[in-house]
Every structure is written in C-alpha cells, then in structure tokens.
Design a protein around this ligand. Structure first.
Ligand SMILES: Cc1ncc(COP(=O)(O)O)c(C=O)c1O
Length: 283
C-alpha cells in the first residue's frame, strides 16, 4: 500500500470536511467546558478533526447543523433501531413528560408491568428488572449471579463489549491465558481476580475455564457484534448451554444489539434458553 498517497488522500478529505462543516467546527472549538470538547470522549473517534453536530433526526435520516442531510446507517448503535423519533414513542414521551408530568418521581408506573409482560411474551423469561443503561443492566445481572451462586468470577468472550463493565475488559493473551484488555485505563483491580475469558466459538477453551468451579456466570452475546459480526458456529450456543449447566454456571445473554434479529432477539430466533437476559438501547 502506498502510504504517502494514503496520507495525501486523507489530508484532502479532511480539508474538504472542514470546508463543508464550518458550524460543526465552530461548535467544537467553543466547547471549552467539555472534557475532550465532547459530551462523551469516544465521540472524538469520529472520522475527521471534529464530529458533526446534530440539528435533528427522523426515521433513517440525520441533519447536521451545517444543513447536510445524511442517511443514518448507525441508528444510534441500535438505540434508534426503529428509526429516529418514531411517532408512537414521541407521543408516549410527550404524554408522560408533558401531559401527565413526571419523569423522575421515584415511583413505579402501571406501564412497567405491561412492558415486563411484553418482554416475557417476546423473550420467554418470566421476570424483569429495569436500569438506565445496558451497562447497568449487565452490572445488575452480574451482581444477581454472584449472589445466587456464591461464586466470584464472570466469564467473557475475548474482545466482547458489554459497556463499561470492569469485569468484561479481559482478553485471551498470546500465551492463551486471560489478561487485561489493552488500553483499559483506571481498572479497579487485576481483571483476572474477577473474570475468566474464552474465545467465541471455542467450547474446549470455555470448558477449561469453567472446570475451575469458580464462575458464577457466562455473560455473552449470542453473536459478537462489536468487532464486526461474529456468528456462532453450528452447535456452539447449544454447547455453551450444556457446559454452563454441567458446571453450575448461570448463562446471561446480552441481547442489546442482537435484539435486531427480530421481536424476541436471537433468543426467539434461535430458540435459546438463558438464565438471565439483558437488553438496552432500543428498549
Ligand atoms: C452488547 C452491548 N451490551 C451493552 C452495551 C452498553 O450499552 P449502554 O451504552 O446502554 O450502557 C453495548 C453498547 O454498545 C453493547 O453493544
């Protein structure tokens, strides 16, 4: 690959992006009170020298503050899987927040049981609990799994993503053993104290780790979705279920992204039977 040419092309595209987006650029330059100039630091990973600033979004289209319209292939990382601001959601939010009033009153609403029943209809699990993010849902599920089993460790797949869950930031190292994921700053302790790890689609590796008898739960996606899509090989998910049962380990399926497989996520589509299930973003 001709890297000189690559640099020249990148410089050309970056200059063109700056020329076309003066308002986004000005907003970024003005943001002195935000750490890294953005509300969430990963927004600096955008292509180009600064992110585009949102003006509005509806359906599958986004408009930025410089008036460019984009077709949105990201859809809020599945948070807007059904399109941006669909009418049914807009009306329900308006009714609760505007017409009835109250979004943070620390009381349950009657709607919550309806949502729980609907989730049971779709996914088959009997009881539901609410949190504000998928990260939090995973933390809660981990806590429950440790409480129920009395075991200390959680097992993850290498290069999984379940939000900023400290326990999950473990990968299979070059020697085949679990090690901290590179770039994980501010870890509370050595991740091998809290976690074990196996490669996705590796049942032998999974069994080797579960055989220690200290794993409260396997927390996994039915298909890995954050390093491209890695689909399960035939028999893998059934093998995970068999092994977790054999070694007294609970199975938590994170359907935050894989929910896009259909109304009951991969659980319904592939007839899965997890002990716990987490889902975020779109819900
Ligand atoms: C599979 C999975 N679980 C959990 C999360 C964390 O979601 P949240 O940002 O709602 O905490 C993500 C985020 O991308 C995810 O992909």
């Amino acid at each position: 690959m001709d890297r000189t040419r690559l640099h020249a092309l990148l410089a050309r595209e970056s200059a063109e992006a700056e020329r076309r987006n003066p308002r986004s650029r000005a907003a970024y330059e003005k943001a002195d009170h935000l750490f890294g100039r953005v509300p969430m630091t990963w927004m600096n990973k955008t292509a180009g020298a600064f992110p585009r600033y949102l003006a509005g979004a509806r359906g599958a289209r986004i408009t930025d503050v410089d008036g460019h319209e984009y077709i949105d292939f990201c859809l809020g990382d599945t948070g807007a899987m059904a399109g941006h601001s669909p009418a049914a959601v807009t009306e329900a939010v308006d009714r609760r927040y505007g017409a009835l009033g109250g979004a943070t009153a620390m009381l349950p609403t009657e709607d919550a049981e309806w949502v729980g029943a609907e989730l049971t209809r779709r996914f088959g699990l009997a009881r539901w609990s609410f949190s504000l993010t998928a990260t939090d849902a995973n933390r809660w599920a981990i806590r429950l799994a440790r409480a129920v089993t009395g075991r200390p460790k959680i097992l993850f797949n290498s290069y999984c993503y379940h939000g900023s869950v400290d326990e999950s930031l473990i990968v299979v190292g070059p020697d085949g053993r679990g090690t901290a994921r590179p770039g994980n700053v501010g870890a509370p302790c050595d991740v091998t104290l809290t976690s074990r790890v196996a490669e996705f689609n590796d049942l032998a590796g999974l069994e080797r780790e579960l055989a220690h008898g200290d794993v409260a739960a396997v927390l996994m996606e039915p298909a890995l979705t954050n390093i491209g899509i890695v689909l399960p090989e035939p028999g893998y998910l059934a093998g995970v279920r068999d092994l977790t049962r054999r070694y007294g380990t609970l199975l938590i399926n994170d359907e935050t992204h894989t929910f896009s497989a259909g109304p009951g996520g991969c659980t319904a589509a592939w007839d899965l039977d997890p002990d716990l299930l987490t889902i975020g973003k779109a819900i």
